[in-house]
Design a binder for this molecule. Structure first.
Ligand code: NAP
Length: 271
């Protein structure tokens, strides 16, 4: 076996800050410090690992992580399994967003088909604290059904993909923040703010005040990059609708931080 073939190959299913941070740590590329992670994380794998990050291709100009990258779907669990075999992947990390439901199940399916060890790198969800006025919902449509009773000027931070769910709310004004512009159908009374996190507490305070927001809608994405909107809402006494996370595949090892993922990689059995 050549030295290249014997080298560990980590495939990161990305699309999140955590996925990018893991690629930075594994390639020894200095990244932005992460409050969740110790700065002096030890190397996870003996020798230099080959690191590939896969992105779905939803964002027009993604921030590419260091290492190798590939963009676009694999064609379901069997397509991912074929890619894993063809590229001699030794470790699979599901670092997709907590709401990327299908890809997490695809990863579990591909791990079962190939026997490659799988870790889900999933940041912890948010929890309300004193002074928070949160209502949890099971879906975007449940959030849409509750909105008219809560307010008429909505800061909608659930991404551009599910906006059709709110399109029938003709009396409600929406401020939508997303990385790329949304596509129709969208609510008729809408202002779009194109931006990529992280966001500061000061920015969020100003945004809520300037647009006279009276309700915020968010997914329970977790993490620090987009959490300041929750603090700003609490300070202003604004209610927040929080969409619960979808189910995840059972029996998959989980890490809540990049440091924990590096530890897992250091100790994962060799397939
Ligand atoms: P999804 O519903 O779970 O996935 C739909 C399909 O997109 C998958 O079946 C897969 O296609 C492809 N795909 C998803 N993630 C991929 C990846 N990392 N590499 C290659 N193909 C991928 O996911 P989604 O909700 O559309 O999200 C797409 C991407 O955006 C994810 O990578 C996620 O991390 C990121 N993201 C999502 C959200 C969100 O709220 N959903 C927020 C921020 C970032 P095949 O079956 O053909 O392989």
């Amino acid at each position: 076996m050549s030295a290249e073939a014997a080298r560990p190959h980590v495939l990161i299913l990305g699309g999140t800050t955590e996925g990018r941070r893991l690629a930075e740590a594994l390639t020894g590329t200095p990244g932005t410090p992460d409050a969740l992670d110790a700065p002096d994380t030890p190397p996870a794998l003996p020798g230099a690992a080959r690191v590939t990050t896969s992105l779905a291709g939803r964002v027009a100009a993604p921030v590419l992580p260091p290492g190798e990258t590939r963009i676009g779907g694999f064609g379901g669990p069997s397509g991912l399994a074929a890619w894993i075999r063809a590229h001699r992947v030794t470790h699979l990390i599901d670092a997709t967003h907590p709401f990327a439901e299908r890809m997490s199940f695809n990863a579990a399916g591909a791990a079962a088909l190939t026997g490659v060890p799988l870790l889900a790198l999933r940041r912890p969800g948010w929890a309300p604290g004193p002074g928070d006025d949160w209502t949890f919902t099971d879906s975007l449509s449940e959030a849409a059904a509750l909105l008219p009773g809560l307010g008429g000027r909505v800061f909608l931070t659930t991404g551009r993909m599910g906006l059709h769910t709110f399109a029938h709310l003709t009396d409600t004004w929406f401020l939508v923040r997303s990385v790329d512009p949304p596509t129709a159908p969208v609510p008729p009374r809408l202002e779009v703010r194109l931006a990529r996190g992280p966001f500061t507490l000061d920015d969020e305070r100003q945004l809520l005040a300037r647009h006279r927001i009276d309700v915020v809608v968010t997914k329970d994405s977790g993490g620090s990059a987009t959490a300041p909107k929750l603090t700003a809402a609490r300070e202003a006494g604004i209610p927040v609708l929080v969409v619960r996370r979808p189910p995840v595949p059972q029996d998959v090892a989980e890490a809540g931080s990049v440091t924990a993922a590096l530890r897992w990689l250091g100790g994962a059995r060799n397939p």
